[in-house]
Design a protein. Structure first.
Length: 590
DNA sequence: ATACATACC
DNA sequence: GACTGGTATGTAT
């Protein structure tokens, strides 16, 4: 069902714009079909695969939802076509002139001087599992669970078993399919190893996930120039070949790579000779032009299934066609979309790498469960999500000024509700007090939910205000009694962590007279908290060493693709947020 | 500004 | 039997 219906509308363009003398590329009309079956012919042909998938999901709520979704897309496309019909020749001519100017400017800005590499590990999770269990090597297998597969090996792909496919459908496509549960700790460890190789070629490399990264090897090439012997391959190819070899020697895993003058093209190129291959796109304008002409628009990062359908409906499949229709697109889409289409069609991409330590804009936590309308369960779930989110925020030293609740009904419809907080916080209880009412106003006797999520946004680093408050307290000479600046009660007997907990509650406006335990998040009256914390911490520290810092350097999904069951990957056991960890994080700042 | 949609891995 | 989770960004109202 998730297979694309080729809405191959014929070429009904009334407008051919040959008034442009600024066409950067001569786009011939050759529609070369890109090989879409990568690793050998399917054991099951496409027809059969779609039929099995169709049968497996027909009648399910998921399938119904997909159908509804597709109807909305179709309506949007119909709208688009209506809009197109209403466009006059004159409007198009004007647009054409405007776009022409943009094209000239873009062309002027084209930079072919840098060398980018996109490195992508081949079937990463599956490859790791096969490496460590030779009995899997000659069998179709996938990593994931019965609910969702994260990736599959190349043998399984021949049966149509793919990432982001539910496990039970994978089993239907390939009855012998072995499904291995993911082991994210291991993947992280392997990632740490080949990341060292990346760093050698570009200390500023940018990791997109555990299995892929962008490198700017311009500088490396410059320094390496004199050291290297001549060979058939270009310098860049030689270097990237070495890089892949080093990854293999270090991990026994293969990687594919794309080499190109910008990140957009590098990404496309890394897919061409996968697995265990690389593709070099020479940094010459005609070479880039020819390459991009034949490129399916879908290959461009940012053009997904929906946008592809819309473009297809306009008769646009390749980048050449997209370039031809640039004036039309500028009239049909927003400025920002039209510009991004234009850049893609000209083969322009980013020629500098994103700041790897840009601050996160949101932190969220969501979980799917058996659909229910049970209010107690939902409230409970909500509290748990808030507590976990709070841990994440503390870990990242961020506070939220807004919280969002996300709910998915049993029919897969998603609702979100935001609320702005009076003050930035990371306190679980505060989050919860704002989220639960939003949950409650969405609950209805007949409405069952299958997922709930909580997101913190409008983030700020732990506020200077609060930090200085804490500093001020801590810097009081020992011997003087520490008083809370908010409620003026004595904090002398509390450990640093508990001072923090107290401050959080005071600063976030809590009127209550109890203190939250940073370990179990429970609330206790002040006389009881010391005793409680001692027990709680004892239990916690005996099992856990410390909070580990993630090996990933960049924000983003820590996955190759598809599903990461929370409990198996990032979420440490509850007790991981120990008193000492809590302590360390704050202490290190004062 | 809020909600919803799309995209990426 | 059972279609994910985390983050960013664009679009619509």
């Amino acid at each position: 069902m998730n297979d694309d219906f080729d809405s191959d509308t014929g070429d009904d363009d009334l407008f051919s714009d040959d008034i442009n003398h600024d066409v950067p590329f001569h786009h011939a009309g050759t529609l070369m079909e890109l090989n879409d079956n990568k690793a050998g012919m399917a054991d099951l042909d496409k027809e059969k695969i779609s039929r099995i998938i169709e049968e497996a999901s027909k009648g399910s709520k998921f399938y119904d939802h997909k159908k509804k979704q597709q109807e909305r897309i179709d309506a949007k496309i119909a709208d688009l076509l209506r809009k197109k019909k209403a466009i006059t020749e004159e409007q198009l001519k004007n647009a054409s002139a405007k776009v022409g100017q943009i094209v000239r400017n873009l062309e002027k800005s084209r930079d072919l001087s840098r060398t980018f590499v996109h490195v992508d590990m081949d079937a990463f999770y599956a490859a790791v599992e096969m490496r460590d269990d030779p009995s899997l090597r000659d069998k179709p297998m996938a990593v994931g669970g019965p609910g969702m597969l994260a990736t599959s090996n190349y043998l399984a792909r021949r049966f149509g078993v793919r990432a982001a496919m539910p496990g039970f459908i994978g089993q239907k496509l390939c009855p012998d399919l072995i499904i291995v549960p993911p082991n994210f700790e291991k993947y992280r460890a392997v990632n740490a190893i080949f990341s060292e190789v990346f760093a050698k070629y570009d200390p500023n490399y940018s990791a997109m996930s555990l299995d892929e990264a962008y490198l700017d090897i311009t500088e490396f090439l410059r320094l390496d120039q004199n050291v290297r012997k001549p060979s058939d391959l270009s310098h860049a190819e030689e270097v990237v070949s070495d890089l892949r070899e080093e990854i293999f020697l270090a991990t026994q895993l293969t990687a594919s790579a794309g080499i190109a003058p910008n990140t957009l093209l590098a990404k496309v190129c890394s897919d061409i000779n996968k697995p265990n291959g690389q593709f070099y796109l020479r940094p010459e304008r005609p070479v880039v032009a020819e390459f991009v002409e034949k490129l399916s628009v879908r290959k461009a990062c940012g053009i997904g299934k929906v946008t592809e359908q819309m473009l297809n409906a306009l008769g646009i499949t390749t980048c050449a066609e997209m370039f031809e229709q640039r004036a039309l697109l500028s009239l049909l889409f927003s400025e920002i979309s039209a510009l991004s289409f234009l850049r893609v069609s000209m083969g322009l991409g980013s020629t500098f790498m994103g700041d790897s330590d840009a601050p996160a804009k949101s932190v969220s936590n969501e979980r799917t469960f058996k659909a229910t309308s049970d209010a107690d369960f939902l409230r409970d779930q909500c509290r748990r999500l808030c507590e976990e989110l709070s841990e994440d925020l503390v870990r990242k030293q961020l506070q939220a000024k807004s919280v969002t609740i996300k709910l998915k009904t049993d029919t897969f419809d998603v609702k979100t509700r935001v609320r702005n907080l009076p003050e930035a916080t990371w306190n679980a209880d505060v989050l919860c007090r704002h989220v639960v009412p939003m949950l409650e106003s969405e609950m209805a006797p007949k409405r069952a939910f299958r997922l709930m999520g909580v997101r913190a946004s409008n983030l700020c680093e732990k506020s200077a205000n609060q930090q200085s408050t804490l500093d001020a307290i801590l810097k009081q000479p020992s011997g003087t009694e520490r008083l809370c600046p908010v409620c003026s009660t004595s904090l002398a007997k509390l450990s640093l962590a508990l001072v923090n907990a107290h401050l959080d509650r005071c600063l976030s406006g809590s009127q209550q007279d109890d203190v939250q335990c940073p370990i179990c998040s429970g609330f206790f009256r002040r006389p009881e908290i010391e005793h409680h914390a001692a027990t709680c911490e004892g239990a916690a520290t005996s099992t856990t060493p410390s909070v580990k810092s993630a090996p990933i350097r960049k924000r983003g999904a820590a996955r190759e693709d598809g599903f990461v069951p929370r409990d198996e990957c990032q979420r440490k056991p509850k007790k991981q947020l120990t008193l000492s960890a809590f302590f360390d994080q704050r202490k290190s700042e004062s």
